[in-house]
Design a protein. Structure first.
Length: 461
């Protein structure tokens, strides 16, 4: 009897070993397929996530390297005062702004600025008062002429243009919106918007037609006959914006454009600018001293200090990888969840289950990687849903397909803000899938990852 039992155990053991070997053999191509999917999903999705408007379309330095450069600055230095030659030598030697002022009586406003601004992005220049941000922006249309260096706008070196050529270049390519509305009180809103076109010599009917379209873009279509005195501060600023847009410039320069507005109106104008950018896709250079405004508007941000650029990057770059202690102090206290996106905290998906396999094979895949749930994708690698081990076990006796175990789940996109992700994490008990616009599974987010990343000094998960 004992021998019989041992024999049975041996038969069962050999059967189990043979079955396990057969499963491993069947699993081999699936495992390789899963590895290929995991390796390719993020790279394939990168182009997909760049299709959307706004910030997602301008994500990061890597994407920027392939975009067309609208403005390029090479070694731009600006010195105010009479001892410029001596001051420039001290700049080359690395002397500080204060030391140069004491030695020469000259003020170094900008020092050795090398910068590229890409076509179609909102590029924010920010820093404390006196850091040189407004001077830098005025170099972009040569309202301030650099003491040394080159400014190339749309392929033209504007530092080499004579006055007539520069004037024409500004009319054709650059619009500017100042903090001061600068509206002419004796003219109607429509006539104020048309003023730049009038200076260009555009016939009356054409300039009024174009000005009406610009007013419509900023939501003031019905105010063309009003006088500036009848408008609120926010409306006046929109008239100034419409005036700049009416000439259809390639580039908009905005210098502290919203800083004179009340907080609620200012936030509304920021939203309107983002909405407008989705329609017109201009290259916008926006100067501000307000960090929240910079983070809200900027596709990329340059932080300045004492005439130099300390760091350039996306809002997430700056929040997650500050260049030095100055930037760290600058961003201290910022609510990262309002700025960071799911793309910055997601991990590469590991538990990827092909729809075509059976429940036993799916269970084996999850067991091998130590997961209790996985994400199902079809043969085109499009996302289907989530499967849990317990649901797979339930259908093993009766089903040859995993379809009966798939559950729909809430998902997010790469550009979804973390603050919008948090309520989803609270309501669910599974990792949240990150899907591209084409429904590709490009990442996965685990609840523990989120808190590690959004707290000050949070490191990548």
């Amino acid at each position: 009897m004992d021998v019989g039992r041992s024999g049975i155990r041996g038969i069962i053991g050999r059967y189990e070993a043979a079955l396990s070997a057969r499963i491993d053999e069947l699993m081999a191509p699936v495992v390789e397929w899963r590895k290929e999917v995991a390796a390719s999903l993020l790279s394939r999705a990168a182009g997909d996530t760049d299709k959307g408007p706004g910030k997602a379309a301008a994500a990061g330095s890597e994407a920027g390297d392939e975009r067309r450069v609208a403005i390029r600055l090479e070694g731009v230095t600006k010195v105010f005062g009479h001892g410029q030659k001596e001051a420039l030598e001290l700049v080359r030697s690395g002397s500080s702004k204060n030391d140069i002022l004491k030695a020469t009586g000259s003020m170094v406003a900008l020092r050795n600025i090398d910068l590229e601004i890409y076509q179609g992005e909102i590029f924010v220049i920010m820093g404390l008062s006196g850091c040189g941000k407004s001077t830098l922006e005025r170099c972009l249309n040569r309202l301030v002429r650099p003491t040394r260096g080159k400014v190339v706008v749309n392929g033209t070196d504007i530092t080499s243009l004579d006055e007539d050529s520069l004037r024409q270049f500004r009319r054709d390519h650059i619009g500017m919106v100042f903090q001061n509305f600068g509206l002419l009180p004796h003219r109607t809103v429509l006539e104020n918007v048309a003023y730049g076109l009038e200076v260009q010599g555009v016939p009356r009917e054409e300039r009024l037609s174009r000005s009406r379209k610009a007013l419509e873009l900023v939501g003031l279509k019905s105010y063309g006959d009003a006088r500036p005195s009848m408008l609120s501060g926010g409306m006046k600023q929109r008239v100034g914006l419409a005036r700049a847009l009416a000439t259809d410039p390639d580039i908009l320069l905005m210098d502290e454009a919203f800083s004179a507005l009340d907080p609620l109106i200012r936030k509304s104008m920021q939203e309107e600018l983002l909405d407008l950018q989705r329609k017109v896709h201009k290259t916008i250079v926006f100067v501000t001293h307000d960090l929240d405004e910079a983070l809200r508007l900027g596709d990329r941000i340059a932080i300045m200090r004492d005439g130099g650029i300390v760091q350039v990057g996306t809002p997430e770059d700056i929040l997650t990888s500050p260049a030095d202690d100055y930037v760290s102090r600058f961003i201290d206290g910022v609510d990262r969840s309002k700025v960071m996106t799911c793309e910055s905290i997601m991990k590469q998906p590991e538990a990827v289950i092909p729809l075509r396999i059976g429940p036993r094979t799916a269970l084996k895949m999850l067991e091998d990687i130590g997961h209790t749930a996985g994400f199902v994708v079809d043969k085109e690698k499009g996302f289907i849903g989530l499967v849990r081990s317990e649901d797979l076990l339930r259908i093993v006796p009766t089903e040859a397909s995993i379809k009966g175990a798939i559950s729909p789940v809430r998902s997010v996109g790469p550009s979804t803000k973390v603050e919008d992700l948090i309520p989803i994490l609270v309501e669910t008990d599974y990792p949240v899938p990150v899907l591209s616009e084409s429904n590709w599974l490009v990442g996965v987010i685990y609840p523990a990852m989120v808190m590690r990343r959004i707290r000050p000094g949070g490191a990548p998960a």
